[in-house]
Ligand binder design. Structure first.
Ligand code: ZN
Length: 233
């Protein structure tokens, strides 16, 4: 595909890239829409480094204009199995919102993305939240995104001057299988991505956590070979 929107008038978008399957797909979708991509990742005190290494690889493979990594010590707040090593990552599905929920994580991430988007003069922020095959996190739901869009319109100079930065969530109503098929169509290399909450030192997936289960079921339902490296391989 020839990119004809390479001049200075190319619209910009900030894309939150976690290193997982969903954000890699969103990155490819934003690129297809013709945006100059400014990727943003967070070192937020998560248990493992694998997702940040994956985020770097995914952004590099997509040829982003810039990739900013912000360090946040959300582990000082704790309260999640992903930021507090004293809380175990569950290996069986449970009731309600799981302990892998990170308190207010997407609120914090989107607030920083909103600030960077305003500095860049970006039109949109893309985030790979999904409310179909997901873990039930409140900050992945449509009502959260709608509320953040209302916030964006009143919280920024761009917003009050009539150019609100939009939060775009192209995956929100897609199944995991639909997300994977869309990514395959766009040439996403899912072998670069890491979804597991509990990978080993070689970044191989556990195959048992919530994220691993959703991901494996998605590849199976999509009829696409699963490129994930598992610890049992
Ligand atoms: Zn896992």
């Amino acid at each position: 595909m020839t990119d004809t929107r390479t001049g200075n008038d190319t619209p910009k978008a900030v894309v939150l890239v976690s290193g997982g399957l969903d954000s890699a797909t969103v990155l490819a979708m934003a690129k297809e829409r013709g945006y100059a991509i400014h990727a943003m990742s967070f070192d937020y005190g998560q248990r493992h480094r694998c997702e940040l290494e994956a985020a770097r690889a995914v952004a590099a493979a997509a040829g982003v204009v810039a990739h900013k990594r912000i360090t946040l010590n959300l582990d000082e707040i704790g309260g999640s199995a992903l930021t507090d090593t004293a809380i175990a990552v569950p290996e069986q599905p449970g009731e309600g919102i799981p302990v892998t929920y990170v308190p207010a994580r997407n609120t914090v991430f989107l607030a920083l993305a909103l600030g960077w988007a305003e500095v860049l003069g970006a039109e949109s922020i893309f985030i790979g939240v999904n409310a179909v095959d997901y873990s039930g996190y409140p900050d992945c739901r449509p009502e959260f995104i709608e509320a953040f869009n209302r916030l964006s319109a009143v919280a920024t100079k761009a917003g009050v001057e009539g150019r609100p930065i939009r939060i775009e969530t192209p995956l929100i109503h897609l199944s995991k299988a639909e997300i994977i098929r869309e990514g395959v169509r766009l040439g996403v290399d899912y072998g670069l991505t890491v979804s597991c909450y509990n990978p080993d030192e070689d970044c191989r997936a556990c195959g048992r956590c919530d994220a691993c289960r959703l991901r494996a079921a998605g590849f199976e339902a999509a009829g696409v070979p699963d490129p994930t490296r598992y610890q049992t391989d």
